[in-house]
Design a protein around this ligand. Structure first.
Ligand SMILES: Cc1cc2nc3c(=O)[nH]c(=O)nc-3n(C[C@H](O)[C@H](O)[C@H](O)COP(=O)(O)O)c2cc1C
Length: 209
């Protein structure tokens, strides 16, 4: 299969087979795809909660307008964007960059100060919009990685954000549920898998200027 075949194979799965679990080796590959996703300044100002626990999934089902993918999937990925940037977030990046690239820390401090001056003073709303945008890039990486492994996924925005934040205790951690992805294997009964893709024609979507 080439890349377009994978994109055609993937669809927003409506009904998962609740009995089929993702192998831990595949789970690690999916996590790696998310980890390697690009982010603004490389700061990765988000966390991804991976939920397997059935009782927790059941709680989230009610906060997801009863979309059953949330419980029937093998793993539920909850993408949480940071609502505030802290000095520690930038120090972590600078220290990691120094270690990974064997770059003297003192030569990176100027860049660290530049980031701190720009980012620490941002309002919650501005920060949240900015960090949420980056979460969606990570989500796209997850969906493509899954497709290449013949693993199904469903991106989901249809949930009550406040309820998710409360159930998962995110507020006190300065985090917010941006989007979620149910990941697992399609049920044979999911009729959506037989439907053709509905997309704009290329000449409508693209304009060469
Ligand atoms: C950000 C985002 C949020 C979505 N939210 C939901 C959702 O809450 N429930 C659902 O069943 N599908 C959801 N979808 C799936 C879309 O409806 C689906 O991707 C679109 O109709 C195109 O179909 P395809 O992905 O099967 O090709 C969402 C997709 C995206 C990208």
């Amino acid at each position: 299969m080439d890349i377009v075949d994978y994109y055609n194979w993937r669809y927003a799965t409506k009904k998962f087979n609740p009995k089929k679990r993702i192998a831990s080796s595949d789970l690690e590959l999916i996590k790696e795809a998310v980890r390697l996703a690009p982010s603004s300044y490389g700061l990765q100002l988000f966390k991804v909660l991976i939920i397997e626990d059935t009782s927790l999934k059941e709680k989230l089902l009610k906060a997801s307008f009863n979309q059953h993918q949330v419980v029937d999937c093998s793993h539920l990925f909850v993408f949480c964007n940071y609502t505030k940037v802290f000095e520690n977030d930038i120090d972590l990046y600078i220290n990691t960059k120094s270690k990974v690239n064997k770059h003297p820390l003192n030569e990176l401090q100027g860049y660290g100060s530049f980031l701190k001056n720009n980012l620490l003073k941002k309002e919650t709303t501005e920060t949240s919009i900015w960090t949420t945008n980056q979460v969606y890039i990570a989500l796209a990486h997850l969906m493509t990685a899954c497709a290449t492994l013949q693993i199904d996924s469903c991106p989901i925005e249809g949930f009550d954000t406040d309820k998710y934040n409360t159930i998962l205790n995110l507020k006190e951690r300065h985090m917010n549920t941006a989007v979620i992805a149910a990941v697992g294997y399609r049920s044979n009964e999911d009729l959506t898998q037989n439907q053709k893709k509905v997309r704009k024609a290329s000449n409508v979507l693209f304009e060469t200027i």
